[in-house]
Design a protein around this ligand. Structure first.
Ligand SMILES: NC(=O)c1ccc[n+]([C@@H]2O[C@H](COP(=O)([O-])OP(=O)(O)OC[C@H]3O[C@@H](n4cnc5c(N)ncnc54)[C@H](OP(=O)(O)O)[C@@H]3O)[C@@H](O)[C@H]2O)c1
Length: 340
C-alpha cells in the first residue's frame, strides 16, 4: 500500500464516524500532511448541516502547517455555497501543494477540482472505486432520486430460502441472524411483503417499515405491526404495473418521505421482481453450509425463464466474511454506478 492509499484509507475510517449523523449528506473524512510528510490534522463531517470534513480539519491548525503539504479527502471539495461556505476556497487559502481526492462529487453544483487546479494545486485521485462504495447511498440518492436498495437473503448451498412447505427457520446460524439485526440499523427502512409477513410472522424491529400488500391481506395482529412506523403500499396508494404494485413508484414514494436506504427481506417472488426491474443495488447473501436437495424448495429469486448463462445479472463482490458457520457475501449490481 503506497502513502496515498494509506492516507485515503484513513479518510474512509474517519468518514465512517459520521454514519447515522450526516445523512443525506455524504460520509467524508480528511487528513492533512505538512510539507515534510507528517500528519498535522485529521477531521470528518460530523453532522448534517455542520462543517464539512475539510473545514473541520483545516480549522484545527494554528499555524499554516498545510502550506506546501498534502490534503487528503475522499470526496471532491465543494465549490458552492450550501449550508456552509465552499471548502475549496479555504483549501486554496491554506496553500497545500497537492490535494488527493477519492471520487468526484456527483452533485452537479460541485466543481472543486477545476478550482484547485486553476489555483495551481496539483490534484490526484486514489482508491476511487472504494470511495464510491463508501458513498454508494449518497450517489444513488443524488443521481436517481431513489433510495439505495439492499436485498438480504439467507440461502442453503443449493440456493433455497425455504422448504416446499414454506418452512424457513432457521437456515443460518445465531451469529448470522444477530448480524442481520445489526445491519438493519444501518438502513432508514426495512421492506417486506405480505407473503413473508403471512408465512413467517416476523417482528423485524425497526423505526420504519414498508410492507408491500396490494390487497391488504396481512393481519393487524401480526408481530410486525407491534412496533415502529409502518407504511403499507397497497393498491389504494400505489399504481399497479402488470397487475402488481409498481415497485419503482413505491421506492420513489419512500424517497419523498426522506428514506435514503432500504433493506429488503422477502422471498423469491418479490426478490425476482425487484431484480427484473433493476431496482436492487446490492445483495447481502448469507450462505449456510447446508443442502436442502428439494426440487420444490423455494428459490432465492423467482424470475423469468432464462435460457442462457450470458443473460445472468452480473454482480461485483465487495466483501465476504465468515459469520458463525455461514458466509456473508456483499455484491453490487451496477445500477448505481451507471449514472456516473
Ligand atoms: N431465507 C430468507 O432470506 C427469507 C426471507 C424472507 C422470506 N423467506 C421465505 O420466503 C417465502 C415467501 O416467499 P414468496 O416468494 O412467496 O413471497 P415474497 O417474495 O416475500 O413476496 C411476494 C409478494 O410480494 C408482493 N409484491 C408486491 N409488489 C410485487 C411485485 N411488483 N412483484 C411481485 N410481488 C410483489 C405480492 O403480494 P401482494 O399481491 O399481496 O402485494 C407478492 O405475492 C416464505 O416461505 C418465507 O419464509 C425467506
Amino acid at each position: 500500500m503506497n502513502n496515498d492509499e494509506k492516507y485515503m484509507r484513513m479518510c474512509f475510517a474517519l468518514a465512517k464516524r459520521g454514519k447515522g449523523l450526516v445523512e443525506p449528506n455524504p460520509l467524508v473524512g480528511c487528513v492533512v500532511l505538512d510539507k515534510y510528510g507528517n500528519v498535522v490534522s485529521k477531521g470528518y463531517h460530523k453532522k448534517y448541516g455542520g462543517n464539512h470534513a475539510e473545514r473541520n480539519t483545516l480549522l484545527k491548525l494554528k499555524n499554516n502547517e498545510a502550506e506546501g503539504g498534502t490534503l487528503y479527502v475522499n470526496l471532491e471539495p465543494c465549490s458552492h455555497f450550501g449550508k456552509t461556505p465552499p471548502c475549496v476556497d479555504l483549501i486554496i487559502e491554506r496553500k497545500p501543494a497537492r490535494v488527493v481526492v477519492g471520487m468526484k462529487d456527483v452533485n452537479p453544483l460541485v466543481d472543486g477540482i477545476s478550482k484547485l487546479k486553476a489555483a495551481g494545486i496539483k490534484v490526484d485521485f486514489v482508491l476511487t472505486k472504494e470511495a464510491e462504495y463508501l458513498n454508494r447511498v449518497f450517489i444513488k440518492n443524488m443521481t436517481q432520486k431513489l433510495p439505495y436498495v439492499v436485498l438480504k437473503t439467507a440461502v442453503t448451498m443449493d440456493g433455497k430460502i425455504a422448504a416446499s412447505t414454506g418452512n424457513s427457520k432457521w437456515i443460518t446460524s445465531d451469529e448470522a441472524r444477530e448480524e442481520v439485526y445489526r445491519m438493519r440499523k444501518e438502513f432508514d427502512c426495512i421492506m417486506t411483503s405480505s407473503n413473508t409477513v403471512i408465512a413467517d410472522n416476523p417482528k423485524m424491529e425497526h423505526r420504519f417499515k414498508c410492507i408491500l400488500d396490494k390487497d391488504l391481506r396481512t393481519q393487524e395482529s401480526s408481530q410486525i405491526y407491534r412496533q415502529g412506523e409502518i407504511y403499507i403500499a397497497s393498491k389504494k396508494n400505489t399504481p399497479l404495473k402488470d397487475g402488481q404494485l409498481d415497485l419503482r413508484v413505491v421506492l420513489r414514494d419512500l424517497y419523498k418521505k426522506g428514506i435514503c436506504s432500504v433493506f429488503v427481506e422477502c422471498g423469491g417472488t418479490l426478490a425476482g421482481a425487484l431484480l427484473k426491474e433493476g431496482l436492487i443495488d446490492e445483495i447481502y447473501q448469507f450462505i449456510a453450509p447446508k443442502i436442502l436437495n428439494d426440487n420444490n424448495g423455494l428459490s432465492c429469486f423467482n424470475g423469468d425463464n432464462v435460457s442462457k448463462i450470458s443473460d445472468c445479472k452480473q454482480l461485483e463482490i465487495q466483501e465476504f466474511k465468515k459469520i458463525g458457520a455461514d458466509i456473508l457475501i456483499k455484491a453490487c449490481l451496477k445500477n448505481y454506478k451507471n449514472k456516473l
